[in-house]
Design a protein around this ligand. Sequence first.
Ligand SMILES: Cc1cc2nc3c(=O)[nH]c(=O)nc-3n(C[C@H](O)[C@H](O)[C@H](O)COP(=O)(O)O)c2cc1C
Length: 235
Amino acid sequence: MKKIFVYIGSNNKNSKTMKVFNEIRNNVEVYLGVEECEYTIFQAYNLNLKTCIGCSVCFLKGSCTLENKEQNYKEMLSAMSEADIIILGTPTYLHHISSEMKNFLDRIAYLTHVMPFIGKKCVLLVSADSNGSGFAMDYMKKIATFLGLNVETTGHFLEIDGKKSWELARVSNDLINMIKENSIEINEEIDQQYQSYKRIYSRTDYSGFEKDYWIENGYLEYETAYQLGRAKYHK
Ligand SMILES: Cc1cc2nc3c(=O)[nH]c(=O)nc-3n(C[C@H](O)[C@H](O)[C@H](O)COP(=O)(O)O)c2cc1C
């Protein structure tokens, strides 16, 4: 049984990005059955996630000052840390991600300093009416890397491609393979970032929540992000 976390950054009640995800989920369930995965699904429309207030406390303490003032934030973090696969979907807004996706990423910005999700697989979905999804996707990929997420498939869903977009079949197929695979991959960008943070957090004159996190979670004990990811994945 694989655990799948989903966040769809759309405030649209009839979100097209959510429809894309639902079609992919349906394809997966037709092929693998409903027992193979447990989904925890969040959509911005139902959440009322507070916007980041810019206090920067998270970068010092490793937690958000708003987290006890709302219900869903902590639930989202714990679902993410329990998940094997993380699916992030956003509509394209002016060639970028939606403000709802950006706010979610801002709220977990401090996590990009510790790469807590090394060993997890990621799917990125971007929907658009016609153009600009490339820029949004590139940005999402970059942030996913800093979170330690190995992006294994991405899908651009354009209205002009119609409902039967071949992207749907391809991404569904990729997700099926990700669910069936009992091994992980770690891409080069993740390892480069891991090595860079490792150099910083190994310094004796460095202190901060990042270093504490890395020591507590054994991150300094491995040569490569792959070794760390494999150890975490098979735990
Ligand atoms: C404020 C705003 C900006 C948008 N900007 C773009 C854009 O730059 N390119 C594009 O192709 N579609 C753009 N769209 C259309 C949405 O990306 C598209 O309809 C998307 O599939 C909506 O997904 P959702 O229903 O999940 O929110 C924009 C829509 C809105 C509301």
